[in-house]
Design a protein around this ligand. Sequence first.
Ligand SMILES: [Zn+2]
Length: 487
Amino acid sequence: MHENNSTVTDNLPQVAPATLIEDGFVYTADDRNRVHPQGSVLLLGDRIAAVGPSEEVAREVQALDLAGLRRIPAAGKLVLPGFVNPHWHESLGAGLAAADQNPDDTGDAPGPFAEGGDIRALSAVFDAIPARTQTMTPDEALAIARYSIWTQLRSGITTYGDVGSMNHSDALFDATVQLGGRGAVSHWASDMVCPQGTSTPKRTREVAEITDPLRALLDRAAADPSGRLRVMPSAVYVTNMSDDLGTALAELCTAEDLTFATHAGALANEPAVVAEYYGTTPIHRLDRLGLLNERLLSVHTAFVSDSERELLLKSGFKLSHSPGKYGSTGESPISGSKLIVDLMRAGIPVSVSTDGNAYPLGMIETMRMAWLGHNEVWSNETTVRPSTALAMGTRLAARCLRWDDQIGSLEKGKQGDLVLIPATDWRYLLRSRPLDGLLSTGSSNDVDTVLVAGRVLLEDGRSTFLDETELRTRFIDAVTSFTERSR
Ligand SMILES: [Zn+2]
């Protein structure tokens, strides 16, 4: 028998007054992608006070005469900025239903995202999610959210951007606070569907059902002393957003200076269907609604017209794509248009992200696919270098959330969010560039140490403060009772 989840109180580890991460192979992911093959990072409290070659940082440490200095030996380890996952959906509540799949995959048929996408069917799938999520009890929601946030932290993701989740926004917020992570929380937004057999979209809920919870989240974030929680309004798809909702979200984001995220131009069949139901294509529609500007985080964005491309370039928008996920769903934003690299070369901040799934997805694997996938498509191994892939999962990802003043690179003044990964085993012999080794043969499970805001949350691949067995048991209990009820 477990205690009620709402009584869970975690004792987050203390932030040491000073922490020295010593003698690692430091990739700063700063705007010059500087590396220090024998480097150290000094934190004072939650912030980075020095980064550089070990001898230089050691001299600063000596000059400061620090009492209570905590040393974290990093020899033989990669020292990276915490991974930032700007496009994610908490969706592990779907895990048990997905576990009913036939273990034999040979009979699988293409799904709704495949071959350009069945856009009308997807609009109905997306619109059905809030009703299903409402059947989750608050305790189930929190247990699932806690496990889900744990999978992020365990794989080195110190910051996530929620683009709408199959969970309660409050549970995500609470889980992030309790587990010591960092995130921009959203609320699932869909108030329209595009039904088969007609060209008129159908209204499914009131705008206030989406904007009221967002305002409540804003109040919670404003009252949270940690500074680790933000709010990111989103719309799941341009097919699923009324003009009223789009206008209301634009007003909210302008008034509060919030990043707005949506999937747009993600699938080859999407522009024609959006034009059929709304009279214009996705990017033009975002523009008309006041959503195409520097606050926009547009996801996948590969299938746009020439005029939309021009609008995008002028807007100052940010783009995140999820190359680790496309192959599993039959999506083709990389090979299908080649637009993402074009936009990147034109100066648009392009990041990688995991997107959502019924099972955890990792950023190391996603960075690998950005490196290898784009280079294969362009037949050029310098199109996306390993250091670019890392920046896409750190600094550029933070830029996409407009959080890069605080996180995303190892630079003086930024938050102490770091990931350490051992790099001395058989995979790394004779490599002068261990990042290449990580992206070639590494996985999320190789992450060894994670710090968020100077707090050590993971050490030797284990939580420093959570009972992992209990976390897992509560998750399985919650996902089982939720699934049984909603069958
Ligand atoms: Zn997504």
